[in-house]
Design a protein around this ligand. Structure first.
Ligand SMILES: NC(=O)c1ccc[n+]([C@@H]2O[C@H](COP(=O)([O-])OP(=O)(O)OC[C@H]3O[C@@H](n4cnc5c(N)ncnc54)[C@H](O)[C@@H]3O)[C@@H](O)[C@H]2O)c1
Length: 272
């Protein structure tokens, strides 16, 4: 196993969307830090690959196939996590349906079934996992939940309005969970990745578009799944015990500056 400081020793964690990208990196980091991890994904083969990597590294993981938009499947998933590891301390949601991207277009052309699918996975997945996890966490005296949102929740990329709406909903949901269950020891925070290079974004963006993303990051490089996983680890660990209902942005500074800055820099470079 790689180097670890045991920040999640003794914890059991359920991570959705853990077959790929940020969710997979988070599952692997949590296992290295001592957590027992249920690696959940709609794609069983991807969940199994992540769990295999964790086990090969000396960690403890169980893969589980579930569609987070389906209440019966989510109830089974949470039950599986509780039974596998004797409880549930950490829930993190990264599941996101990328299959409807091409149809998530201008609102005047909206197909309601596309909207319902995007909201069903990206938003209702967070609702349903919380619905079934919270009772276990409150009985055990608390727990930590984190849900993935996106800069798209408040900075429109013009395309993907259903995705933006789902991710904005995740923020409202997470603040509601923090408020409703904080006194019972449950914390719920939001992780907002900026442009992170993952299998999904590598398919979505051309090389030229990726260059544009790099132009708009204040860091000298693009973000990696591990950058988000490290923030996720902080939110899962006792180090963030007094942080609840907050939105943590992991975007290399992409949302920190005024939109006019690139244009002003171009003018300055031309002596104007
Ligand atoms: N990568 C980025 O740049 C970026 C930026 C902003 C927000 N995010 C958010 O971070 C999270 C992870 O992003 P990523 O790039 O690693 O995504 P990804 O597409 O690589 O991984 C998402 C995973 O969710 C799974 N999934 C899809 N539908 C599901 C369902 N119905 N039930 C269960 N699992 C399902 C997929 O199989 C996949 O393994 C997502 O919520 C995404 O919206 C990512």
């Amino acid at each position: 196993m790689g180097s670890t400081t045991g920040r999640l020793t003794g914890k059991s964690a359920l991570i959705t969307g853990a077959g790929s990208g940020i969710g997979a990196a988070t599952a692997e980091l949590f296992a290295r830090e001592g957590a027992k991890v249920v690696v959940a994904d709609v794609d069983k083969s991807k969940a199994t690959l992540t769990a295999d990597r964790i086990r090969d590294d000396g960690g403890v993981a169980e893969p589980y196939a579930a569609d987070v938009s389906d209440e019966t499947q989510v109830a089974g998933l949470v039950e599986f996590a509780v039974e596998s590891f004797g409880g549930l301390d950490v829930l993190q949601n990264y599941a996101s349906d990328r299959s409807v991207i091409a149809e998530d277009v201008f609102v005047a052309d909206a197909d309601p079934s596309v909207w319902l699918r995007q909201l069903g996975v990206d938003l209702m997945g967070c609702v349903l996992t919380a619905k079934y996890a919270v009772p276990h966490m409150t009985r055990a005296g608390g727990g930590s939940i984190a849900n993935a949102s996106s800069l798209a929740a408040w900075l429109s990329l013009e395309s993907r309005p259903a995705y933006a709406t789902a991710k904005a909903g995740v923020i409202g949901l997470s603040k509601s969970l923090a408020t409703q269950y904080g006194k019972q020891g449950i914390r719920c925070n939001v992780i907002v990745p900026g442009h992170i290079v993952s299998p999904a974004t590598e398919k979505m963006y051309s090389a030229a578009q990726t260059e544009v993303m790099l132009d708009h990051v204040l860091a000298p490089r693009l973000g990696r799944p591990d950058d988000v996983a490290l923030a996720a680890l902080f939110l899962a660990s006792p180090e963030s015990a007094f942080i609840n209902g907050q939105v943590i942005v992991v975007d290399g500074g992409m949302s920190a500056y005024a939109p006019v800055v690139p244009s002003l820099r171009r003018l300055a470079a031309n002596g104007r």
